[in-house]
Design a protein around this ligand. Structure first.
Ligand code: NAI
Length: 296
């Protein structure tokens, strides 16, 4: 028998670009969803953004207003992490830092029941390392969605050394029931997609830094001729320069400073300047006059 059903309560912690989207995915599958963020009002804002996105689908007649309203009503913003206690599954989508993820997962373990599964949406951090701070490391698994979570099909289901294989199987099956295409992976730095993608961004940045051509040309070539949905610079702007730089640093550290994964100073400059991409209105590109600002 499956561990999860439609009656399972799903909690999402972190209501940023990914958390709000993941909450939408779970609510769309019929679950009650609890959404918490450390910043006051952020969970409410995440739900407002979701409602706005759905209203565009209603306008285009891809969804009825009734279904959109019902979906949004299933997501509840909560003001305290303790409110996540009833959850059968908690998906964390907070900042990409090992120490903070460990601390939050430890707290969740104390608040929730012994059978609650904690899934992390980390892009690159070792599942084994996050689990090492827990009393029940077997209940921690990677559930890595892609941006934007309601649209992108792939979910990497990542097992650390201590992850119970049945937990990984249950998350894999749950992802299928959420209309996703899951893949199992072992916990290695960057897992599958973010490992491959390091070269996509890294070589793009190096070509640009060496002066071969400008970043707009690189993006245009890869999009128009290479068959990619986006070039590396526009994709970094979508992901968020802060998030992508944190992933670059995490993979570089994890591979003992292998120069193949050396982060670019350009990434650091953008983060230091607060030019985080679409979410801040400026990254490699300027979104200040564009309707594309923020999440898509
Ligand atoms: P974000 O910066 O948009 O949102 C993070 C949210 O977490 C913020 O609202 C922040 O207030 C909240 N937060 C931070 N610390 C918290 C804490 N201790 N307790 C509760 N809330 C807290 O970041 P984003 O892009 O949503 O990324 C979140 C996670 O998802 C990261 O681990 C990232 O690597 C991963 N991820 C990001 C993708 C992307 O394209 N941006 C894609 C796939 C995974």
């Amino acid at each position: 028998m499956s561990r999860f059903s439609k009656e399972s309560v799903i909690a999402v912690i972190g209501a940023g670009a990914m958390g709000a989207g993941i909450a939408q995915v779970a609510a769309s599958a019929g679950h009650q969803v609890l959404l918490f963020d450390a910043v006051e009002g952020a969970a409410e804002q995440g739900i407002v953004n979701t409602a706005k996105g759905l209203s565009r689908l209603v306008e285009r007649e891809r969804m009825t207003k009734q279904d959109a309203d019902a979906l949004v009503s299933r997501i509840q913003a909560v003001s305290s992490i303790e409110d996540l206690a009833p959850a059968n599954l908690v998906i964390e989508a907070i900042v990409e830092r090992l120490d903070i993820k460990q601390q939050v997962c430890r707290q969740l373990e104390e608040i929730c029941s012994a059978s609650t599964i904690i899934a992390t949406n980390t892009s690159s951090i070792s599942i084994t390392a996050i689990a090492s701070s827990l009393q029940r490391p077997q209940n921690l698994v990677g559930m890595h969605f892609f941006n934007p979570a309601p649209i992108m099909k792939l979910v990497e289901v990542i097992s650390g050394l201590e992850t119970d294989p049945q937990v990984a199987t249950d998350i894999y099956n749950l992802s299928i029931s959420w209309a996703k295409l899951p893949v199992h992976a072992k916990s290695t730095p960057g897992f599958i997609v973010n490992r491959v993608a390091r070269s996509f961004y890294g070589e793009g940045l190096r070509i640009n830094q060496e002066g071969a051509t400008d970043f707009v040309t690189i993006d245009t070539l890869l999009r128009e001729c290479g068959g990619f949905r986006m070039g590396p610079f526009e994709l970094m702007d979508l992901i968020g320069q802060d998030v992508n730089y944190a992933v670059s640093c995490s993979v570089f550290e994890a591979f003992y400073h292998d120069q193949r994964f050396l982060p670019s100073l350009i990434q650091k400059e953008l983060v230091d300047a607060g030019h985080l991409g679409r979410k801040s209105g400026k990254g490699f590109y300027d979104y200040s006059q564009s309707s594309e600002k923020g999440n898509i």
